[in-house]
Design a binder for this molecule. Structure first.
Ligand SMILES: N[C@@H](CCC(=O)N[C@@H](CS)C(=O)NCC(=O)O)C(=O)O
Length: 346
């Protein structure tokens, strides 16, 4: 009798666990964040909002930047409308909580992919959208040329970033003492540096170049050549939802593959009649690739039509068509001297 009851209990528990799974998300009903977004009718995208080139609000009130365009590309893929995005500004410290609590669907905010963030913080990182490295900015007239020149000097740093940890590692390793001045708000970090209360400021190099342009006298400041870390910047989603994660990954892969295949916002409709089988698959003329991802087969065409390919996104926000004029460097395609490489649409 007792054994039969125990057997029944075990069977019930087995059914419950198989439905719910370890993540607590019901597999039985197969609810993904993708369904929530579709039902809501818009994507909620966490950004910085303070960083020209990546995410910031233009004079006309619209968001712009590489991180912004990643979210617009996802909205184009899902809704055939790049405007169906609500942006939420997040500082470095609060960004991961917003993802964990479900306040945002995606974090697209100059965030470095690291092991602990990928595992202990409960995130999944999509393909890298910008390969960066940490640098140091100083006043030109300071005569600071290398890390050793920062001995006993004060350095402005943003809390909750990889930058805070990397500078500590580098200085300890070289036996250089320094005074870290740590802030939560990026504007305070830069204002403090600008007022001369720090002799240097450290951050991802792209951020230093971006924020330098907003200083009253940009030419009085120089970003040193020294690069002290690898900062692969990638969008992130919450762990345990591979349908949604796939959509984010393949949106980025679409941007990169479109550049590789020479498909851009200008020629995308014309190339719908291309004979090239790779282009046909990318644009959904042939095959059922989009449907397999929970989207329409032409999802990449939508992305390219509204947002462009990776090169268009890069040049508009960070490269030659932007104020920043950042060289593409590592962010060139793998077959053009860079390391951008997306798996195939197959
Ligand atoms: N990539 C680094 C740094 C990212 C970061 O948030 N940097 C600070 C330092 S300047 C920041 O707040 N940047 C401007 C912003 O994103 O609002 C990380 O993921 O930890």
């Amino acid at each position: 009798m007792f054994n039969r009851k125990l057997g029944l209990l075990v069977a019930i528990l087995a059914v419950v666990f198989s439905l719910v799974g370890c993540s607590g998300r019901s597999r039985g009903t197969n609810t993904s964040r993708l369904d929530i977004i579709k039902n809501r009718g818009k994507l909620i995208c966490g950004v910085s909002g303070q960083l020209p080139g990546f995410s910031f609000v233009k004079a006309n009130g619209e968001y712009a930047g590489l991180d912004v365009d990643v979210c617009r590309a996802i909205a184009a893929a899902i809704f055939d409308d790049p405007k169906k995005v609500e942006f939420r500004n997040l500082n470095a410290k609060e960004r991961f909580t917003a993802l964990q609590t479900g306040e945002i669907d995606i974090l697209s905010r100059n965030t470095t992919w690291t092991l602990s963030r990928d595992t202990s913080t409960g995130l999944e990182f999509a393909p890298v959208v910008f390969y960066d490295g940490q640098g140091i900015m100083v006043r030109k007239n300071s005569n600071i040329k290398k890390l050793e020149d920062l001995k006993d000097k004060s350095i402005c740093i943003q809390t909750g970033t990889t930058n805070e940890q990397n500078i500590a590692d580098q200085m300890r390793q070289r036996g250089i003492s320094y005074k870290p001045l740590v802030f939560e708000d990026v504007n305070t970090t830069f204002t403090t540096y600008e007022q001369g209360r720090c002799e240097a400021i450290t951050s991802d190099r792209s951020q230093l170049v971006s924020r330098r342009a907003t200083l009253p006298q940009p030419n009085d400041h120089v970003v040193l050549d020294t690069v002290i870390s690898k900062e692969p910047l990638a969008p992130a989603v919450k762990n345990g939802d591979s349908r949604w994660f796939d959509v984010v990954k393949w949106t980025i892969n679409a941007l990169i593959n479109a550049e590789e295949l020479g498909v851009n916002s200008q020629n995308v409709s014309q190339l719908a009649s291309s004979d090239n089988p790779e282009i046909k698959r990318l644009l959904g003329i042939e095959g059922d690739l989009g449907k397999g991802a929970g989207l329409t087969n032409d999802f990449a065409s939508r992305i390219i039509k509204y947002v462009g390919n990776y090169s268009e996104v890069y040049e508009r926000n960070l490269g030659k068509n932007s104020d920043l004029k950042l060289e593409r460097g590592l962010n060139k395609l793998w077959n053009q001297g860079g390391i951008l490489y997306a798996p195939p649409f197959r």
